[in-house]
Design a protein around this ligand. Structure first.
Ligand code: ZN
Ligand code: ZN
Length: 388
């Protein structure tokens, strides 16, 4: 049997794993059942090492081929989202208010299928490290695994990550060198004015008026301070002030999100939010207290690994199956933390015409498991065989 035929045979069972995981979604770092499932499978496949509890409940599997110096890490995320599922699928979530709405059940099953194939095959030189991480959805599980010594305990030359992408046909892939996912930061602005009677505004400093000016002025950052050829988002997403119609409140609170595809742009956006909020408030005699929280960094693909992804997909499925200059997304990924330390690439595989990621009607496309696992296996071998 060819590798593709072997993987197709495994994928039938992997669909059952995927649906099993889908029925029992778990959040963030509370992945007891999911990580036990993954560790059990890796052990049954005959991996050389299966280590649990890395970065909380992350699982690492080590598979050695012929003796060699190179090692490559393949990563899947395992966590679900606090969303009430409406798919009505027979394998729908059995946990109210929790569902796999980002396809991490599919990512886990796809990487398990690749692990099973590679463990049976072992036709490679070097070491494959399978990384199953917790808490991609806002919990920085990648960083937790790194801080728990992931790369010291399991040194690798390259790392790769796959995410499914609704709208891209099943069996197709997209990658790009450079930034592929955005940074994501939050800000909170407390506006301290002076409250009073709504009929005596001249005795007050109206924080609602200040906040309204601030929302408008913050929109000038991307429009007037950011290079039109760069990308940035500054969105004010909450504005809270006041309780009744005849009182000008004492304070107002804004919050929002900032996204960028470049760390320099990100730093400029951060500085601009603080400068504009402070200056607008002082223009009106109010005060602004700005809290800016940095979230996931920009996910920046390294050039050679991104090219390797393209070559591997093209070799398996032809040039039509790969878009080597896919558009970046302004969503964020904690895979960025790995790429800050180790060369590698993050890429997309098609999920077909499904609902969007994080939508209650979303479901992972089971037909994506076979091509995804085939790419994983071939990519591991290509990375291990690379000269540099
Ligand atoms: Zn997600
Ligand atoms: Zn996701």
């Amino acid at each position: 049997m060819s590798a593709l035929e072997e993987i197709a045979a495994i994928a039938g069972e992997a669909v059952l794993w995927r649906r099993d995981l889908h029925r029992r979604p778990e959040l963030l770092y509370a992945l007891d059942e999911t990580s036990a499932f993954v560790a059990g499978k890796l052990g049954a496949f005959g991996l050389d090492e299966v280590v649990t509890g890395v970065g909380g409940c992350g699982v690492v599997g080590v598979l050695r081929g012929r003796p060699g110096n190179r090692a490559v890490a393949l990563r899947a995320d395992m966590d679900a989202l606090p969303i009430e599922e409406i798919t009505g699928a027979p394998w729908a979530s059995q946990t109210p208010g929790t569902m796999h709405a980002c396809g991490h059940d599919g990512h886990t099953a796809t990487l398990l299928a690749a692990a099973r194939h590679l463990a049976a095959d072992r036709d490679f030189t070097g070491t494959v490290v399978f990384v199953f991480q917790p808490a991609e959805e806002g919990g920085a599980g990648a960083r937790a695994m790194i801080e728990d010594g992931l790369f010291q305990r399991f040194p690798v030359d390259e790392i790769y990550g796959i995410h499914n992408l609704p709208g891209l046909p099943v069996g197709r892939f997209a990658v790009r060198p450079g930034a592929i996912m955005a940074s994501t930061d939050r800000f909170y602005i407390d506006i301290l004015g002076r409250g009073g009677h709504a009929a005596r505004p001249h005795e007050t400093i109206d924080p609602i008026l200040v906040g309204a000016q601030m929302v408008t002025a913050l929109q000038s950052i991307v429009a007037r301070n950011t290079d039109p050829l760069a990308s940035g988002v500054v969105s004010v997403t909450t504005f809270h002030a006041g309780n009744t119609d005849n009182v000008i409140p004492q304070t107002a609170r804004l919050s929002g999100t900032v996204r960028a595809l470049d760390e320099k742009v990100r730093a400029d956006l951060e500085a601009s939010v603080g400068r504009i909020a402070t200056a607008v408030a002082s223009t009106f005699g109010a005060e602004a207290r700005v809290a800016y929280e940095r979230g996931y960094p920009v996910t920046v693909n390294h050039v050679a690994p991104a090219g390797r992804v393209g070559d591997v997909v093209e070799g398996l499925f032809g040039s039509k199956a790969i878009n080597r200059t896919g558009a970046p997304l302004m969503a964020a990924e904690d895979f960025s933390y790995y790429l800050e330390r180790v060369p590698g690439a993050y890429f997309f595989m098609g999920n077909g015409p499904s609902a969007g990621l994080h939508h209650p009607a979303y479901d992972f496309a089971d037909d994506a498991i076979a091509p995804g696992a085939a790419v994983w296996a071939a990519l591991a071998k290509a990375s291990l065989a690379a000269a540099t």
